[in-house]
Design a protein around this ligand. Sequence first.
Ligand code: NAD
Ligand code: LMR
Length: 329
Amino acid sequence: MAQVPVNVTVTGAAGQIGYALLFRIASGQLLGADTPVKLRLLEIPQAVKAAEGTAMELDDCAFPLLSGIDIFDDPRQAFEGANIALLVGARPRTKGMERGDLLEANGGIFKPQGQAINAGAADDIRVLVVGNPANTNALIAQAHAPDVPAERFTAMTRLDHNRALTQLAKKLGVTVSDIKKMTIWGNHSATQYPDIFHAEVNGTTGAKAVDDQTWLTEEFIPTVAKRGAAIIEARGASSAASAANAAIDHVHDWVLGTPEGDWTSAAVVSDGSYGVPEGLISSFPVVSRDGRYEIVQGLEIDDFSRERIDASVKELVEERDAVKQLGLI
Ligand code: NAD
Ligand code: LMR
């Protein structure tokens, strides 16, 4: 019997990440070569025509796994029956905009989307928020979907994770496949903490293999944490193909599992692990088993790491408090 297609809703479908993402989903890279998908694209009315153009191109690829494309400008319709939701569309910060304005503008997007997910998504819905500020946008959406288990809302730090792998591999002259157990802690922002103390490289830890505190504090951590800004500076636009790639990795591993002997990084709802306040959507080391991301437990956190995790978590608490004050959660 033919397999029922998985409904994948993508918001911001006409944007630059959308353009890099949709073809990979339709080709089978998100859910595997045996799983047909149906795309449900959400855009603002002004960008629906551009999304239609992308849909024409998707048609023109004749992907065997793509069993349909629907385009909406209404979240209620777009999330109806969604099994997977990639929330990419967000309000970028523009000149003169304060952080509070940005959070408020995004609240106007992620609150109704959370409500629409609550109202109509499939029982197995899994949500990945990519649009920035991703962790707090995920928190807003989750707060408005009380009937959906909170653990189904996640935000993306997989791009930071992948960036950290490559920076460490280059430093050590190894390949990314030689490195296991990289971790990104905290917020997808410049306060994030890429941790190589638990990373494993050819029988030792990343930190021991590097054995260079100056490189760690003055090069590695800031390079990974500020990579998004460096790409904007160089490209004149924020990362798109690498962000789409990370979104594919995040959902692929969530649904199909992380490899044995390794873990990855994702911003998931905290259960209080590692002193991160319960309910915050913060990045942790995670494994995926049976379709669920679980926080890796029992890691020893030294003072160096503690200070940096706490700083990023403090920023998340401030963002949460700001959206609370705005009545968004
Ligand atoms: P973009 O401006 O090219 O595209 C965004 C699209 O979202 C636009 O087509 C816009 O019309 C659409 N949109 C806006 N409001 C919407 C709404 N309410 N519903 C549906 N669609 C809506 O931006 P992009 O480069 O694709 O980036 C998208 C977001 O991803 C940005 O917020 C960016 O900062 C973020 N991002 C996150 C990461 C990460 O690692 N978490 C990495 C890169 C970019
Ligand atoms: C990135 O990490 O590349 C983006 O989140 C940067 C941005 O501000 O869009």
